[in-house]
Design a protein around this ligand. Structure first.
Ligand code: GDP
Length: 436
């Protein structure tokens, strides 16, 4: 519970083993006791106390730890509600932390990212954002703009002082610097998107080429980090595997697995469709068999795509190698594996890392944007920098320039939540789960 009345409500239902006045209980204390309704003990619990302003929401807060399960937890929740508490909306605790000014909107949003993280890197990016690295960068950019704005306002208010020329030069320098920093942030979204959404990866190949064996071989080495998520459309499952900390989002793995029983042909149309939406295609061939026309079609399909070609079953006698005519031109894309024996998997991972420059995503040294909302606002801000520059070049009155610059500030304030509509706030927090 969080809020003014939370301790009052708690006192009605919680009997500490050693009674103590609420004023005497310090924040960050845990007390042992029982939750009761009338004379009946509902459960034996531990209650943590957090006192305003030193709590998650900055309000008085208490947290009841019961034995868990469904019945008892429900009962305790009911008791809280009966005694005057209200059920939290999704994300309400974090929303309060934001509205009460303990964290900015960027930090609040990072909480969702941390909870939803599918890979270590994604979680790290979230933590970094929670720590305020991105907020700080935005704040610094804003500060630089505002330093110059002060002079600008002087020239507007006191034109007789003729500071305009100096100001223009200062403005131009500031705008150049601002644009550079914003562009760096904007560009970081390429990495951020990968960190957050994963590299959409399709594994294609004829039946029996070894698709599911390869998948299993990769999964075996990643046993702990295979995760299944409900897809954006409800009936799909999204599967992620992590390679060097970066998630690969596997497309249509269900298709690969289900195809087992059906004597289905590969269906080049299907492969085309899958490949179209992929950031990375892993095309797998049975090196024990000669290339068929279907195989050649697959090769054609991936020609201009980020792709890795796998010659699988190298433990058997080869019918095709990297010297085979069709492969000669694309030798550098080829990895030889034996999915059965777990050979070549490490090389495959390295190849993927190489293809996407994944090593370069070093979160310790740089701020990475992972959120589309932030990216869009930064793009808008860059556009407004361009506008401001144009206005200066066209020798427009300085108060027009000032409007452009205010727009940049507004974009940045919307990112951190200083200037943001209630609708957007509600939309952001609706993505949270209950009780966060
Ligand atoms: P999929 O239809 O493409 O998913 O192919 P599977 O992974 O089901 O593999 C088809 C058959 O090839 C199975 O009997 C596998 O055990 C076998 N297989 C897969 N990879 C290898 C390999 O590297 N070497 C050998 N010898 N057999 C393999």
């Amino acid at each position: 519970m969080s809020g003014k009345n939370s301790f009052k409500i708690l006192e009605k239902i919680f009997k500490p083993k050693t009674p103590q006045k609420i004023e005497e209980i310090k924040g960050y204390t845990i007390k042992y006791g029982t939750i009761h309704e009338n004379k009946n003990i509902i459960d034996e619990v531990l209650v943590s106390y957090f006192k305003a302003p030193k709590s998650y929401t900055t309000e008085n807060m208490c947290e009841i730890n019961s034995h868990g399960g469904i019945v008892v937890v429900r009962k305790i929740l009911d008791l809280c509600l009966k005694n005057g508490a209200e059920l939290a909306e999704p994300g309400e605790f974090t929303k309060r932390a934001f509205l009460n000014g303990r964290i900015d909107l960027l930090q609040a949003e990072s909480v969702i990212d941390i909870i939803d993280a599918k890979s270590e890197k994604e979680a790290r990016a979230g933590i970094q954002q929670l720590e305020g690295k991105l907020s700080q960068e935005i704040k610094q950019i804003k500060q630089k703009i505002m330093d110059v704005m002060v002079n600008l306002e002087v020239s507007i208010d006191y034109p007789e002082y003729d500071v305009e020329e100096v100001t223009k030069e200062e403005l131009t320098t500031m705008l150049t610097d601002t644009k550079k920093r914003l562009k760096t942030l904007e560009k970081s979204f390429d990495d951020g998107k990968i960190i957050k959404e994963g590299i959409k990866t399709a594994i294609i190949g004829k039946p029996n080429a070894g698709k599911s064996s390869l998948l299993n071989a990769i999964l075996k080495e990643n046993r702990a980090i295979v995760t299944e998520y409900e897809g954006t459309t409800r009936d799909t499952i999204e599967e992620f595997i992590t390679i060097n900390g970066i998630p690969l989002k596997l497309i249509d793995t269900a298709g690969i697995r289900n195809a087992k029983d059906e004597v289905e042909k590969i269906g080049i149309e299907k492969a085309k469709q899958i490949a179209k939406n992929a950031d990375l295609i892993i095309a797998i061939f049975d090196s024990n068999k000669k290339l068929t026309s279907e195989d050649k079609e697959i090769l054609e399909l991936i020609k201009n795509k980020k792709a890795i070609i796998i010659l699988n079953k190298i433990d058997l006698k080869p019918a095709i190698t990297e010297e085979t005519e069709e492969f000669k031109q694309i030798k550098n894309k080829i990895i030889k594996t034996s999915a059965l024996k777990g050979k070549g998997i490490e090389e495959l991972k390295q190849k993927i890392t190489q293809l996407f420059n994944l090593k370069e995503i070093e979160l310790d040294n740089e701020v990475v944007i992972t959120n589309l909302r932030h990216k869009n606002l930064i793009t808008k801000a860059i556009h407004n920098v361009d506008e401001a520059e144009k206005t200066i070049q066209a020798n427009m009155p300085i108060d027009i320039v000032s409007i452009n610059i205010k727009n940049i500030l507004e974009n940045l304030n919307t990112i951190t939540g200083e200037e943001v509509s209630e609708e957007i706030i509600n939309e952001i927090f609706a993505k949270f789960c209950l009780g966060k």
